[in-house]
Write a protein that binds this ligand. Structure first.
Ligand SMILES: [Zn+2]
Length: 395
């Protein structure tokens, strides 16, 4: 009995003696963490994460105020990021550092910018709640990567969104650098180093079909040139306005769709002027391109009409086949950089083909644009009294 009591009495003394050095060495002892400091917990966590990612390259390890320690690893073009909470030592999600009352605002800004950058068929998937994100902290921007996303047709490039901090400065619970100037990623900013084709539609305006094609172009960050028939224009003025409002362009497809070779030059000139005037009255703009019906032209017409002639080098024969799959396959098998593609906004099968074709061309790395945009991208100056069948970069 006596031995046992003495031993019990010694326990508190033993504990004090054992903990003294710890208390002395760690003046900021956290009662919740017993005798281990907050800093030590955080540091342990950081080391553990680095150890767990030793098959990757540590690209960035930085402290963001008293908020978190940011760790960024890279392996085979994939970013892996961690945000270690400096209060708790937890490996938290980035969303922890978005102000709770601003989470909705942050999310709607992300969605807005996704739709600004990507075609609808991609953006619709990226904005889904179940699509996982990797957040990368840069000095002046937040980058979101979307890995392992299933999109049809399959996209080969990495899907990502760069958000300048100016766009979300109210939403984040830490300080960052604010640029004086910046531009958001915009799918309509066509690039000179990408494969590009011009899509063209003849024989409109055909209100419902033309407008549906305009909508599909818009959903895919694409533009086209519509070659319209003069005597149809006055019945489609609101369609014409809509085509232009969405960034597309319009050219002349003659006044009455007659074969130009079978007409007197004087009559042709008169009809071209009539078409230009109708167009001018609707839009206040000038027509600068002409596409002769059937592509039928000779040197007399070329010299005689005061216009730039645009024909095509890829003919889908959509008027003949009236078959969506044929049109899509024909284009995908034959398309190349600098092509001018011919279609007609007159058939449902063409509208269906455009709907399928635009995502496929995008997935294969093509930008789809108007003739003027293609000329600009290929650094070609288009001259009057000249016929252009395609617009490849000049050597
Ligand atoms: Zn035609």
């Amino acid at each position: 009995m006596f031995m046992k009591k003495t031993w019990l009495k010694l326990i508190p003394i033993f504990l004090i003696v054992m903990t003294l050095p710890v208390l002395v060495l760690n003046p900021k002892t956290n009662p919740a963490g017993l005798f281990v400091t907050k800093e030590a917990i955080v540091e342990n966590k950081v080391e553990k994460i680095i150890e767990e990612n030793n098959d990757k390259t540590l690209q960035n390890k930085s402290e963001v105020e008293d908020k978190f320690i940011y760790l960024e690893f890279l392996k085979e073009n994939t970013i892996y990021s961690h945000f270690v909470n400096k209060e708790t030592g937890e490996d938290t999600d980035f969303s922890y550092f978005i102000r709770p009352e601003k989470k909705e605002e942050f999310e709607s800004k992300v969605q807005e910018l996704i739709y600004l950058k990507y075609p609808k068929f991609i953006a619709d998937i990226l904005v889904k709640a179940e699509t996982s994100r990797t957040y990368q902290i840069k000095e002046n921007a937040l980058v979101i990567y979307f890995y392992d996303v299933l999109i049809e047709p399959q996209i080969h490039d990495t899907l990502s969104l760069t958000i300048n901090y100016n766009e979300i400065k109210e939403c984040l619970d830490f300080t960052f650098l604010l640029d004086q100037e910046y531009t958001n990623e915009d799918g309509y900013n066509y690039l000179k180093n990408k494969k590009t084709v011009a899509l063209t539609f003849d024989d409109g305006p055909n209100d419902a079909k033309t407008n549906k094609i305009v909508e599909l172009l818009e959903q895919n960050k694409a533009h086209a040139t519509f070659f319209m028939v003069g005597n149809k224009m006055q019945y489609g003025s609101s369609t014409i306005q809509n085509v232009l409002a969405k960034g597309n362009e319009i050219g002349s497809h003659s006044y009455n769709h007659a074969n130009m070779k079978r007409q007197k030059l004087a009559k042709l000139k008169e009809n071209e002027e009539k078409t230009k005037e109708i167009y001018r009255n609707i839009t206040g703009q000038e027509l600068i391109y002409t596409r002769p019906p059937y592509g039928s032209i000779n040197s007399k017409i070329r010299e005689g009409l005061d216009t730039i002639f645009i024909t095509w080098n890829l003919d889908t024969e959509d008027w003949l086949h009236r078959d969506k799959d044929y049109i899509v396959n024909y284009v995908m098998e034959n398309v190349s950089d600098g092509d001018i593609i011919l279609m007609h906004d007159s058939y449902d099968s063409t509208v269906e083909a455009v709907e399928e074709l635009l995502p496929k061309l995008y997935a294969e790395g093509y930008q789809v644009v108007s003739v003027s945009e293609l000329a600009n991208i290929k650094e070609r100056t288009l001259e009057k009294n000249t016929i252009y069948r395609s617009l490849k970069k000049s050597q």
